[in-house]
Write a protein that binds this ligand. Structure first.
Ligand SMILES: [Zn+2]
Ligand SMILES: [Zn+2]
Length: 399
């Protein structure tokens, strides 16, 4: 079998990849409203002659068939942008006020279209089916993956494995971050009302000060991570919103708080959910107040199957050499609804190196969801090469 080199991808698709990416980057659409994006994807699939169907409103599932029947693998791109005003100064920056591809989903679509084009070139060399998933609304819980699965994304033909790819501004183009097991976290939210009793600030003992209750909760909630989570496990709790109080001389009868809990282990998730409730009860009892507590589970852990991760390791080594594989000591505490695909079939979520701009020293990368976030265009040829090679390796029966 011929190796899919980055040079080959550049030669065949270089201009196409850059033009496609620039078009998508300039025209971002927010979660669930990706109408023009969907229309653009349809026109590209029509041009490539790949049949597709609409799913989950603005999503698409396309199907590419090899020369003979065989296994089915899914390749996923999310397609939505974020409500951020772009500040990159790029020539092809967003032309839409209040919308920006600041997570690189424009680059994910480009990779999937480019991979489809490479696979078509070699249609005689592989068997089975490649499903191309273009998923709306990743940035907005409950996300587009779940409804697509409910509409039959993984059926007929039944999907046997899946690959997801994500930009990573901390890794250089030509490198791929891989990790077996949990790569992204459980991402949950909580909403709390602390209810006290109003009164004069000079006589706190006659009321129940909801702000004092809030102060105790803010400190104690961090101690749950420090004292109840194993040093070998990890968790994050952040209170990102707090509102309460009226005046300097008045006891607050009510404080509202909202935050997030991130965990890499389902037992730790259950412990945090439960113990925040225990803490609230203790604080309410102590101060004679009460509370409401809603804990909402978000996207679950994204789990990388070892055999699938090995297929990508091997593909990257074949295409680009051993140094292209970056073994990640830990994942990220962010989340992605690719997790639902990974729960259903053996999957791998690839951290694709899209950072290291010439003018930046390493370690100063602009993170995701930042108005200055950028994807290095040099990364595309490597991404398409490794993803195409991984799919070919899988469909040709492994290594
Ligand atoms: Zn994002
Ligand atoms: Zn993203």
């Amino acid at each position: 079998m011929n190796v899919i080199s980055a040079e080959l991808v550049e030669q065949k698709l270089g201009t196409y990849l850059h033009d496609t990416f620039r078009h998508l980057h300039t025209n971002p659409e927010l979660s669930g409203r990706e109408f023009e994006t969907q229309a653009f994807l349809k026109s590209e699939l029509d041009r490539l002659g790949i049949p597709y169907k609409e799913m989950a409103w603005t999503g698409l599932c396309a199907e590419l068939k090899g020369a003979r029947p065989g296994a089915a693998i899914l390749l996923r791109a999310d397609i939505d942008a974020l409500p951020i005003e772009e500040q990159t100064g790029l020539a092809y920056a967003s032309n839409r006020e209040g919308a920006m591809h600041a997570c690189g989903h424009d680059a994910h679509m480009t990779i999937v279209l480019g991979t489809a084009a490479m696979l078509l070139e070699r249609q005689n060399e592989w068997s089975g089916t490649v499903k191309l998933m273009f998923q709306p609304s990743e940035e907005k819980h409950p996300g587009g993956a779940k409804p697509m699965i409910a509409e039959g994304l993984l059926d007929d033909p039944k999907v046997d494995a899946a690959i997801g790819i994500h930009t990573n501004p901390y890794l250089a183009p030509g490198t791929f971050g891989l990790k077996d097991g949990a790569i992204l976290a459980n991402a949950d939210r909580f909403y709390i009302h602390l209810i006290g009793k109003g009164g004069h600030a000079a006589a706190p003992h006659e009321g129940a000060d909801a702000i004092a209750m809030a102060g105790q909760l803010i400190v104690s909630i961090q101690n749950l991570v420090a004292r109840q989570v194993s040093p070998f496990d990890n968790a994050v709790v952040t209170i990102g919103e707090i509102k309460g109080g009226y005046a300097p001389n008045t006891l607050a009868d009510r404080v509202y708080m909202a935050g997030t809990v991130r965990t890499m282990n389902d037992d730790t998730q259950a412990m945090m959910e439960k113990k925040i409730g225990v803490l609230l009860q203790g604080i309410a009892d102590l101060w004679g107040g009460s509370f409401t507590y809603d804990y909402v589970r978000g996207y679950p852990i994204t789990w990388n199957d070892k055999a699938m991760t090995d297929i990508v390791r091997h593909a990257a080594e074949t295409c680009l050499g051993k140094e292209s594989v970056v073994e990640m000591p830990h994942g990220y505490m962010s989340a992605d609804d690719f997790a639902y695909i990974a729960q259903a079939v053996p999957s791998v979520f690839i951290e694709w190196g899209t950072g290291e701009w010439a003018e930046e020293a390493r370690g100063t990368a602009v993170p995701w969801h930042n108005p200055a976030f950028r994807v290095n265009p040099d990364a595309f040829k490597y991404g398409v090469a490794v993803v195409t090679q991984s799919i070919l390796n899988y469909l040709q029966g492994g290594k």
